[in-house]
Design a protein around this ligand. Structure first.
Ligand SMILES: CC(C)(COP(=O)(O)OP(=O)(O)OC[C@H]1O[C@@H](n2cnc3c(N)ncnc32)[C@H](O)[C@@H]1OP(=O)(O)O)[C@@H](O)C(=O)NCCC(=O)NCCS
Length: 341
């Protein structure tokens, strides 16, 4: 191996990037059906009070049986495109962050691109669980900045009700369904800050399907491979490891915490959110997303869903700065400061 760069015999043409990118718009889709804690307690020995106290969840939404991950992604995407003043033909890349599209292949993203009329946009799904949306934003930012795409649709979507064991006392109460979408496009100034991200595969089995598809087949379909979770281990990891990651994202962007308009962490558990607020010393004037109360944990969808609601309800403001952090199965995490659309 040599460190010397070989003298090129050809000069390759490369795309010219725009230099900067930003989130142009956000859209959301929340399924109609509200599922209360009392309904969850029909399947597990628990109580509305325990679920509220331990997670902050009051209710979550479940999609209809005939409503798919791609259906929800499409609904959120149409809103985001309209708000960006674009048509699907303007989109040249579709990224769908999800762990609940029930086909190993092909991707939800390719079907979504087709349904929207974005064909022949490049399309792929991202499997980074609750960090998926922040991973997608990072990819979109760099694709636009480097010129591989001009407008990227980034969707976080989950139908976790399909992969929840309603009889599992350790997880039945936590998950919900929904979709959030953003359009990332060119900008004359930086709209998406540097990402601090990583993974820890040593903790691969802390949030995991109960079996692989192959084991499911070979067991004679004994138990549906719903998600199972080592709740306390994940809880401790999130509480102790994620605030330093968020702080690094602030430092990398050169943004003091007091300059934020909003803090939008992944909605995993309100006690994790409160611990992060304390550790990061988030000042009172910074709006903090606590959508988990009425959304449950919607994994990849939780951050764009909260962003949409905060902007719609005037809790956060267009052009303001928001700190995002996604974390979950993998374990995987990603954090960045963004300018709100
Ligand atoms: C799942 C979670 C809410 C459980 O809360 P917890 O405080 O860790 O609960 P524990 O498992 O330690 O159990 C505490 C007690 O509640 C009981 N308990 C557990 N589940 C219960 C339930 N559904 N209803 C009532 N009681 C329950 C336990 O038996 C235990 O009782 P004991 O003290 O008498 O032994 C919490 O661990 C969590 O939110 N983890 C992170 C989840 C997460 O972020 N997941 C996705 C990552 S993106």
């Amino acid at each position: 191996m040599t460190e010397t760069t070989p003298t090129p015999t050809h000069r390759l043409a490369v795309p010219t990037g725009t230099g900067h990118a930003r989130i142009m718009s956000v859209g959301a889709y929340r399924p109609e059906r509200v599922v209360t804690n009392d309904e969850i307690c029909e399947y597990i020995e628990s109580s509305d009070q325990w679920i509220r106290e331990r997670t902050g969840i009051v209710s979550r939404r479940f999609a209809r049986p005939d409503e798919s991950v791609t259906d929800m992604a499409e609904a959120a995407s149409r809103v985001a495109l309209e708000r960006a003043g674009l048509t699907a033909a303007d989109v040249d890349m579709v990224l769908v962050a999800t762990v609940t599209h029930p086909y190993q292949t092909p991707s939800s993203a390719a079907l979504l691109a087709h349904r929207l009329g974005a064909t022949p946009a490049a399309a792929l799904d991202i499997s980074a669980a609750c960090a998926g949306f922040c991973y997608g934003l990072t990819l979109a930012n760099d694709l636009v900045r480097c010129g591989s795409a001009r407008h990227v649709l980034v969707v976080g979507v989950e139908k976790l009700s399909d992969f929840t064991d309603l009889h599992d006392r350790g997880s039945a109460f936590i998950f919900g369904d929904g979709a959030g979408a953003v359009v990332v496009g060119p900008s004359d100034h930086p709209g998406i800050g540097p990402t601090v991200w990583g993974s820890d595969g040593a903790q691969w089995d802390t949030i995991v399907n109960k079996s692989s598809w192959v084991e499911y087949r070979d067991s004679g379909h004994e138990e549906w491979p719903a998600l199972k979770m080592a709740g306390q281990t994940v809880f401790r990891w999130a509480v102790w490891q994620m605030s330093p990651v968020a702080q690094k994202a602030l430092d990398a962007a050169g943004v003091p915490i007091g300059d934020l308009d909003a803090f939008i962490p992944h909605q995993a558990n309100v006690r994790i959110i409160d611990a992060m607020v304390k550790q990061l010393r988030v000042p009172a004037q910074v709006a903090v997303a606590r959508d988990i109360a009425h959304s449950g944990n919607t994994s990849a969808a939780s951050i764009p869903l909260a962003m949409d609601r905060m902007l719609t309800e005037g809790e956060a403001h267009s052009g303001g700065l928001a700190l995002l952090i996604g974390f979950g199965a993998g374990l995987a995490y990603a954090s960045q400061v963004i300018e709100l659309p």
